[in-house]
Design a protein around this ligand. Structure first.
Ligand code: GAF
Length: 394
């Protein structure tokens, strides 16, 4: 089977009659823990998936951005050609808004993209909470930075932290999804065989060795196939609630409320905001605890932290859904050390930390329970921490 990069390059050649000047790709992610903490200036702990979005590109000199994607049957979907200098947020809508948004942001940041032909191909499942949007944004950013002579593998490369901010702005301001920095940071900065501990407030990251196999474990991903979108109201409502709570507490972000001060903080807030704050403060604490437990190889405790995170997201933050809860409950019942929804929620995927030897049985139980309750057949796969974004070998 060909890789997304090979597919993008082949379609580029078929569409444009020449090979691309380069191919860049970026991965989807799972977030091990640290959910809805990023826009509260807190900490996250994702790792990159082996699934990637690749962008084959070539510079143009007429200021146009042409974007084509490869459908799963190999056919091209031509989204059109857009004058970069005339782009305005929201147009084009749909998937082409992500690459167009990145071109728009780069221009706002003072770059003058001369135009480009881009062909996209990827295998990150869409709408599965595995960060397919960030993978597309980040691969596009790398391709377009090359056209302005700031390649991310060159000496004049912009810091990846900046690239993460630009791609996040594309999603917030152009596409209109009020997301935080987790996904783009993960896609750009993760490394193979590691999870990435990232502190959004300081911008500092730490690569954390993540070798479940040495402990006879693996991370099973359960894509419930319930599709979600962060442009819809649920995500934005939670984010606004957190911002309002921070304002009432007189802090710039909920990150500043320590776990020891939680009870006092809750006492000063209206009832409706308390569960949101309780989740964010305890979740941030769980990220630090997970980092510590991972460094000590204390997998059982890591599992317990994952499960506690799920309960908090389900009961306090209220971003889970019946299918995610089902995946978590079945995995735990069948012997997972811990399980939780991953990503923004309202659908998408759950992860479970499972003993390798138990995986076939846990998978069977998941299929059976989903079928018995009339849910779609989940997609299951084992997630191996993989490399972050970069230029592919020619
Ligand atoms: C989505 C968002 F894109 C992230 O920024 C993050 O907030 C996450 O939901 C929840 O942790 O993936």
């Amino acid at each position: 089977m060909s890789s997304p990069g090979e597919n993008a390059a082949a379609l580029f050649a078929a569409e444009h009659g020449t090979p691309p000047e380069g191919v860049w790709s970026a991965p989807g992610r799972v977030n091990l823990i640290g959910e809805h903490t990023d826009y509260n200036a807190g900490c996250v702990l994702p790792f990159a998936l082996p699934y990637r979005t690749a962008v084959a590109g070539r510079r143009r000199s007429d200021g146009l951005l042409s974007v084509t994607s490869r459908g799963s049957d190999g056919t091209p979907h031509r989204a059109g050609s857009f004058p970069i200098s005339e782009l305005v947020p929201g147009e084009p809508a749909g998937w082409a808004g992500y690459p167009a948004g990145v071109a728009w942001v780069l221009r706002q940041e003072g770059f003058e993209p001369p135009g480009a032909d881009l062909v996209v191909s990827g295998d990150v499942p869409n709408g599965a909470g595995l960060s397919s949007s960030a993978a597309l944004e980040c691969a596009t950013a790398l391709a377009l930075l090359d056209t302005v002579d700031r390649p991310v593998d060159g000496t004049s490369a912009p810091p990846l932290e900046e690239v993460a901010r630009w791609t996040c702005r594309a999603e917030n301001e152009f596409v209109g999804a009020p997301t935080g920095l987790l996904d783009q940071t993960a896609s750009l900065r993760c490394e193979a065989a590691h999870a990435l501990f990232h502190d959004v407030r300081s911008g500092r990251s730490r690569q954390v060795p993540f070798d479940t196999s040495a402990a006879g474990l693996e991370v099973l991903v359960v894509d419930t196939r319930v599709r979600h979108s962060h442009s819809e109201s649920g995500y934005g409502d939670r984010r606004r609630g957190c911002e309002r709570a921070a304002e009432l507490l007189g802090v710039s972000a909920l990150r500043e409320v320590g776990a020891d001060d939680l009870d006092d903080a809750l006492g000063g807030l209206p009832e409706s905001l308390r569960p949101l704050v309780r989740h964010v403060v305890t979740e941030n604490d769980r990220v630090w605890a997970t980092l510590d437990r991972l460094l000590h190889g204390a997998w059982k405790e890591v599992g317990a932290l994952l499960t506690a995170s799920h309960r908090s997201l389900r009961d306090d933050y209220r971003v889970s859904c019946p299918e995610l809860d089902l995946a978590v409950d079945v995995a735990l019942r069948e012997g997972a050390l811990g399980a939780r929804m991953t990503g923004g929620g309202f659908g998408g995927s759950a992860i479970a930390l499972v003993p390798v030897a138990e995986r076939p049985r846990i998978e069977r139980a998941l299929f059976e329970e989903f079928e018995r309750r009339g849910r779609s057949v989940p997609r299951l796969f084992s997630a191996v921490p993989s490399a972050g974004a970069g230029r592919e070998r020619p």
